[in-house]
Design a protein around this ligand. Structure first.
Ligand code: 26V
Length: 818
């Protein structure tokens, strides 16, 4: 018997009918009527109404993939930095404007309730946000895909600035419930830790297989969130695992008087999905982090295998029906876990299991920083995951056999290829493990991929020369243009028609309007509106008044020495010095915005935040500056703040030490929104320059090759500093306590790092950077030219859509239609 279910009842274009539906949702799902509804209730009710439509598409997308026997993509990531979902979902399904009107009928302001939605910060930075953009693009281009991760109860910490210092506070994004997620209690998998490995012998004492007997057990429970693509037709699933104890309390222990021990499993389960590690470069190192990695990898693989077997019966076809992608090495333990499941549970022999594994997995590398390359001590893996350690040894034996047979390596080469680093404490190199277990290993920009081949993976690349490939990152234009910049979206639509919304490369049609004075005026008016919005926010939050006609210069990203917020603030100090000493010059009004979080254990990054705030305090109050330079550190930078700051930027700071930023994706968001970039030839900046044209970007500084040469020897930062009076003065002002009279020694060590070593080439690039900034000033004065260049940037950034990136993954790595 089949039932015809009632579909969501009304015409989506009719605000009155939708308003009635919102009221019904409020009444029957939340149990309130309008007279007692809070703003949170309205938010919930509105989301539920749109969610119903999404669910229709979700179920049909899932069914269709099943019926077609389509190959599915599984994106394993410890981070999904999705931010707020309401506006995105409403906009993608084409209901944003009707919902605005429907809510207005009910005297509810959609912008007010939108601001109440918590920003789901289940990620640190670029890597996590990329995963979120990819999920949206996979839905948009219609690839059946599941994202797998952890449902952290506390995502990224909330940053407060107290007396200029970063303070970390827990963020509880689930406090008001989460209307987007569906708990799937029935979708729960056991995950074990510890214990020992037993051998099962068959006839004649022959070893048949190994059985791991863990001592500790937890359950991973699925929470599903629908991911809506553009136009809402295809909907995928983000499945996040939450830890649950197998038994809420171990009663036998409790009854024996061990009241604490009785809660051990419950506490472990809770800890697994409690916090996101708030470091994106520093060693996490802790046991809990490895447990999190295994917890979500194991649950995801069990889920994938169960789905595959129920549809296809056996696992030999897994590589044809499933592409499992590892977002960095964080899920690399999935490689030995799949091997274990195949060999020990599904009784596949090693060679066949290894073949299935390599054909199923692919791996993306997101950083070359040595301190961010994961490795785990052998004794730790041996204790937590003894069977996996055995399998890693077996894989290593296989890889080293192939390496020796190739005759390409001497003993040193073999040691570098080994999955085990034998220098000092023995550690498993997770990058080598992920590389060995994958048929594809990709970098995230052209330069980064070249450097991967030349540095960290040089030997593995020699052994497997077809494996490394490039997939330059992208960003979803739905969130990062259509949704966050309605002014520019509207102007573009009126000028060239709406087709660019379905094919973002059509933005090119706006290119010729750079020569049209009337269009440039309208473009500038949109930018100004966005700047006014930011100026109001700054005034509201910080009580700082900034002038929207000043140049808005923005650097927002994680605080890290290689990203060189220090170069930016040192240049600001030099500029401050010049404004004071030559007040008669017609200085250009500029506001320097900073935003970003420091890893809690990263001392120098925290000192840089304090320095920015110390400099701001002096500069912003100095009457001699006459408001010509303002410095603003925006606390708690997150996705939602990015959505306000990026459309308001005139100048985008992308100034990492060349060779160190794998790609950058903020750089793309700014250029798409009409900011000009000041940047080094690093990461995707190189490709941005190629696309927007060298005349429309401010490139400065040492290249990656030049940085490497200097580091190799003969670079003398002291000589460079002495040769630059502006730099010398700025550094000695900071170092001698001009900005920290309460503690004159505060920045001694930070600045000495530049004199003594200057690993990040702050001194090495200072003059080139300052010179580029004066070119920025000159162009800003010639405003029609500035606007023309900004329009060229918007027009030529379509290639950086994550739809393009995803289509490349689909074609070259996953072998799925897109
Ligand atoms: C490493 C670690 C080390 C252990 C502690 C926790 C933790 C968390 C994350 C990471 C890896 C971070 C790598 C990363 O975020 N890379 C960024 O990836 C972006 C997307 O590809 C890219 O645009 C940025 O340039 C790159 O820095």
């Amino acid at each position: 018997m089949t039932f015809e279910l009632p579909k969501p009842p009304v015409d989506d274009a009719d605000p009155k009918a939708l308003a009635a539906e919102i009221l019904r949702s409020l009444r029957y799902r939340i149990g309130k009527d309008a007279s007692v509804a809070t703003q949170y209730d309205w938010l919930d009710a509105a989301i539920q109404v749109v969610r119903d439509r999404i669910i229709e598409h979700w179920i049909s997308s899932t069914k269709q993939a099943y019926e077609e026997g389509a190959k599915r993509v599984y994106y394993l990531s410890l981070e999904f930095l999705i931010g707020r979902l309401m506006r995105d979902a409403f906009s993608n399904i084409g209901m944003l404007e009707t919902m605005r009107k429907a809510l207005a009928e009910l005297k509810v302001d959609i912008d007010v309730i939108a601001a109440l939605e918590p920003d789901a910060a289940l990620g640190n930075g670029g890597l996590g946000r990329l995963a979120a953009c990819f999920m949206e693009s996979m839905a948009t281009v219609g690839i059946p895909a599941h994202g797998y991760g952890i449902r952290y109860a506390n995502g990224m910490f909330r940053q407060e600035i107290s007396d200029g210092w970063q303070v970390e506070l827990p963020e509880t994004w689930l406090d008001h419930g989460n209307p987007w997620e569906f708990e799937r209690r029935e979708r729960a998998f056991g995950v074990g830790f510890g214990g020992s490995v037993e051998s099962v012998t068959g006839e004649g004492g022959r070893l048949e297989r190994h059985v791991w007997k863990p001592t500790d057990h937890v359950l991973a429970v699925a929470y599903d969130t629908p991911v809506v693509g553009w136009r809402g037709t295809h909907v995928n699933t983000l499945r996040l695992w939450s830890g649950m104890p197998v038994d809420p309390i171990l009663l036998d222990r409790f009854n024996a008087g061990d009241h604490i021990g009785a809660l051990a499993e419950s506490n472990m389960a809770d800890a697994l999905s409690r916090v996101l590690y708030p470091a994106d470069s520093h060693k996490a190192g802790q046991e809990l982090r490895l447990k999190q990695e295994y917890f979500f990898s194991s649950a995801s693989l069990q889920d994938i295998l169960q789905r595959h077997i129920s549809q296809y019966g056996d696992l030999s076809s897994l590589p044809d029906k499933a592409a499992i992608h590892m977002n960095d090495t964080h899920p690399a333990i999935a490689v030995p876990e799949l091997m274990r499941l195949l060999m020990d549970v599904h009784v596949v022999d090693f060679d066949a299991a290894w073949d299935i594994t390599k054909r199923t997995f692919a791996y993306t590398n997101h950083t070359l920083l040595p301190e961010a390359l994961e490795s785990w001590p052998v004794p730790l893996i041996d204790r937590l995951l003894p069977r996996h350690m055995q399998i890693i040894y077996a894989i290593n034996a296989e890889v080293l056999l192939e390496a020796r047979a190739s005759h390409k390596f001497d003993d040193e080469g073999i040691r570098r290829i080994s999955l085990i680093n034998e220098d000092g404490e023995r550690r498993v190199r997770m990058g080598n493990l992920a590389f060995a277990g994958s048929h594809s290993v990709n970098g995230v920009s052209g330069l980064h991929t070249d450097l991967m081949k030349a540095t960290v993976f040089a030997d593995l690349h020699r052994l497997y020369p077809d494996r490394i490939n490039n997939k330059t990152n992208g960003i979803t234009p739905r969130r990062w243009l259509i949704q966050c910049n309605p002014g520019l979206t509207g102007l573009v639509g009126k000028t060239i028609g709406e087709a660019f919304k379905d094919d973002i490369t059509r933005l090119e049609d706006i290119d010729r309007f750079a020569a049209d004075a009337a269009f440039r005026e309208k473009f500038a008016a949109v930018k100004r509106q966005n700047k006014v919005r930011l100026a109001n926010l700054v005034n509201e939050r910080l009580g700082i008044k900034v002038d929207p006609s000043a140049l808005f210069d923005v650097q927002i990203k994680r605080i890290h020495e290689y990203k060189r917020q220090l170069l930016n603030i040192v240049e600001a100090v030099a500029l401050y010095d010049q404004i004071r000493s030559r007040p008669e010059k017609d200085w250009l009004p500029r506001v320097k915005f900073f935003g970003g979080k420091a890893a809690p254990s990263y001392h120098n990054a925290k000192m840089i935040i304090k320095l920015i705030n110390d400099v701001a305090k002096v500069v912003n109050r100095d009457p001699a500056v006459r408001g010509l330079l303002k410095i603003v550190f925006m606390p708690n930078y997150n996705v939602s703040l990015a959505e306000v700051m990026i459309p308001a930027a005139d100048l985008s700071e992308q100034i990492s030490t060349a060779g160190m930023e794998a790609s950058g994706t903020g750089n793309m968001k700014f250029a798409l929104n009409g900011a000009l970039t000041i940047g080094t030839l690093d990461g995707a900046n190189v490709e941005i320059k190629d696309h927007v044209g060298a005349a429309n970007i401010f490139i400065f500084g040492l290249t990656a090759d030049e940085v490497a040469k200097r580091r190799a020897g003969g670079y003398d930062p002291r000589a460079v500093i002495e040769a630059s009076p502006e730099l010398s003065q700025a550094l000695s002002a900071i170092s001698s306590g001009v900005f920290s009279p309460d503690d004159p020694e505060r920045y001694r060590d930070l600045i000495n790092g530049i004199y003594d070593n200057d690993w990040f080439m702050v001194a090495g690039d200072f003059d080139a950077y300052a010179k580029a900034q004066r070119k920025v000033d000159a162009l800003w004065r010639a405003s029609p030219e500035w606007n023309a260049k900004a329009i060229h940037n918007v027009a030529r950034m379509g290639w950086f859509s994550s739809d393009r990136t995803i289509r490349e993954y689909a074609r070259d790595i996953w072998n799925v239609p897109a």
